[in-house]
Ligand binder design. Structure first.
Ligand SMILES: NC(=O)c1ccc[n+]([C@@H]2O[C@H](COP(=O)([O-])OP(=O)(O)OC[C@H]3O[C@@H](n4cnc5c(N)ncnc54)[C@H](OP(=O)(O)O)[C@@H]3O)[C@@H](O)[C@H]2O)c1
Length: 285
């Protein structure tokens, strides 16, 4: 068991599914007490049962039903969590979702909901615990954004905007909390095989799917590998976190060669368009 997490008190939003649940399981295995938050109570209950099975007998496991887009719900949830755990060492904001579609085809409410959950959801969560972290003079806050927080492609504009927004917030908030000895960190998860990804794929435009299939920069990762990478990165000093050669390459290219990287994604889009046209022609023959 690693010393890093033994006895640590953790709250994870989105801890009932996908990457959030993967992180919860990995931390429970390492001896942490973990409370998870989400909206669906059945999924929360099931996840807590799994945590109890693999966790330390003295650790505390529990859940709170909370919609992160509702600031009031988070404020009362945070009071209960702090009482139950006797403080908080690590806050992980993993709640979130993607809805993909051509910009003009999406209703205004889609844009707003993505911001409410992916941006305000993380902000609400962090602010609900801020006073406690300042009082303690210690703690860590982790935001899960996306590799699409530093670039974007066809159909992902509204989702990407919400992830760029949380990336910007995290960078400013990091400096504020630094003066209170509280670490703020930002992870860019890659494409990961989660229930969330399966849902996202349901209404993804065909050309986006085709582009992803032919992309040199896109690989689907397992929940376990991404969660373990996050759990290993949290104790290190780096603010930005990512995993896998594909994320590293994307980050490197978009940071140091942005115009070239945009051209690369454009050529992937053109390639996808040509393949789809060919498939259509072949079908009509
Ligand atoms: N999977 C990927 O390829 C990928 C790639 C890059 C970034 N990410 C990001 O990584 C995070 C986790 O994604 P995932 O793929 O693991 O998703 P997932 O399997 O769908 O899990 C999402 C979790 O967030 C919770 N959640 C969603 N909306 C919520 C709300 N309004 N209030 C409270 N909880 C809410 C869900 O529970 P309820 O529905 O019960 O509330 C669930 O526990 C997200 O922020 C996502 O944007 C994922």
């Amino acid at each position: 068991m690693s010393k890093e997490y033994k006895g640590k008190r953790v709250f994870i939003t989105g801890g009932s599914s996908g990457i959030g649940k993967g992180i919860a399981l990995a931390l429970a295995k390492e001896g942490a007490s973990v409370i998870i938050g989400a909206r669906n109570s059945e999924n929360l209950e099931k996840a807590v049962e799994e945590l109890k099975k693999i966790g330390h007998p003295e650790a505390i496991f529990g859940y709170t039903i909370v919609d992160v887009s509702d600031k009031k719900q988070l404020e009362s949830a945070s009071e209960n969590i702090i009482k139950t755990l006797g403080g908080l060492d690590l806050l992980v904001c993993s709640s979130g979702y993607a809805q993909v579609g051509e910009a003009g085809s999406l209703d205004d409410s889609v844009y707003r909901k993505l911001m409410d959950v992916n941006y305000f959801g993380h902000v609400n969560t962090a602010l609900a615990f801020q006073k406690q972290f300042i009082k303690q003079g210690s703690g860590e806050i982790v935001f899960l954004a996306s590799t699409l927080a530093f670039f974007s492609v066809y159909g992902y504009g509204p989702y990407s905007a919400s992830k760029h927004a949380i990336s910007g917030f995290a960078q400013g908030f990091r400096q504020e909390m630094m003066l209170h000895n509280v670490k703020v960190k930002l992870f860019f998860p890659p494409t990961t095989d989660t229930p969330g990804l399966a849902k996202e794929n349901e209404d993804k435009p065909l050309i986006t799917k085709e582009m992803e299939m032919g992309s040199a920069l896109n690989k689907v990762h397992s929940i376990e590998s991404v969660s373990i990478a996050i759990v290993r990165w949290i104790p290190n000093k780096k603010f930005f976190g990512y995993t896998g050669w594909d994320s590293w390459l994307q980050y490197f290219l978009f940071r140091y060669f942005p115009e070239w990287a945009i051209k690369l994604t454009d050529s992937e889009l053109r390639g996808a368009q040509a393949r789809l046209e060919k498939k259509n022609k072949d079908r009509k023959k």
